[in-house]
Design a binder for this molecule. Structure first.
Ligand SMILES: Nc1ncnc2c1ncn2[C@@H]1O[C@H](COP(=O)(O)OP(=O)(O)OP(=O)(O)O)[C@@H](O)[C@H]1O
Ligand SMILES: Nc1nc2c(c(=O)[nH]1)N=C(CO)CN2
Length: 175
């Protein structure tokens, strides 16, 4: 049994549809979904703005590695193309595993480059932390403390004002 927080991002094609299809693909394991935000590109400014959201997922059968495989499968379905020249470049769909907890609610920690937990850049990204706070106001990012405090600290705090809620969009309906 594991629970995980996954972040979803898209800045190419029908962005809302990419996010919704990813949620649909994750299926009944999705226990909670955030609202959708329009967010300025992070890490590589020369690209369109993103839609971002997060989902909490749980599965009695899933090992931590299964969440990475499910994330990759969703990206493949969106025909994501990797550009080795642009580490943080544009994409139809990005699904990152932000954190995983075991059956006892303990965070899973990993320094494996294939699956680093928690995600090594999550604490710097308002586009992950802000939607997470929506669905879990008392959330803590393992090793970094309360998400609300992280959002108030320099780094994410510099970006959070650039996030625009998109209440006209939703992850709620599957396709
Ligand atoms: N927590 C994690 N979630 C997703 N991928 C991870 C994680 N930890 C390590 N990786 C590895 O990172 C590699 C690059 O992933 P990806 O191409 O999605 O990165 P990116 O989205 O461009 O950058 P970022 O990870 O900063 O969002 C993948 O091969 C994956 O195995
Ligand atoms: N706003 C925003 N910027 C990004 C995003 C993302 O999901 N949202 N994903 C990236 C991939 O590493 C790089 N930059």
């Amino acid at each position: 049994m594991t629970r995980a927080l996954l972040s979803l991002g898209s800045n190419l094609g029908d962005r809302e549809q990419h996010l919704r299809r990813a949620v649909s693909r994750l299926g009944p394991g999705v226990v909670s979904r955030s609202g959708i935000y329009e967010t300025p590109p992070w890490g590589d400014a020369d690209q369109p703005s993103y839609l971002n959201a997060v989902v909490l997922v749980a599965d009695p059968e899933a090992e931590p590695r299964d969440w990475l495989e499910r994330a990759r499968a969703a990206e493949a379905e969106a025909e994501r193309v990797r550009d080795p020249e642009r580490r943080f470049g544009p994409r139809t769909l990005d699904v990152d595993v932000i954190a995983v907890w075991d059956a006892g609610g303990r965070p899973v920690l990993s320094d494996d480059p294939e699956l680093t937990l928690p995600h090594p850049r999550a604490h710097l990204r308002a586009f992950v932390l802000r939607p997470w706070l929506d669905i879990e106001p008392a959330a803590e990012l393992p090793g970094h403390g309360p998400v609300a405090a992280l959002l108030a600290a320099p780094g994410p705090a510099d970006d959070v004002a650039g996030l625009t809620p998109r209440p006209d969009l939703t992850l709620e309906l599957s396709v």
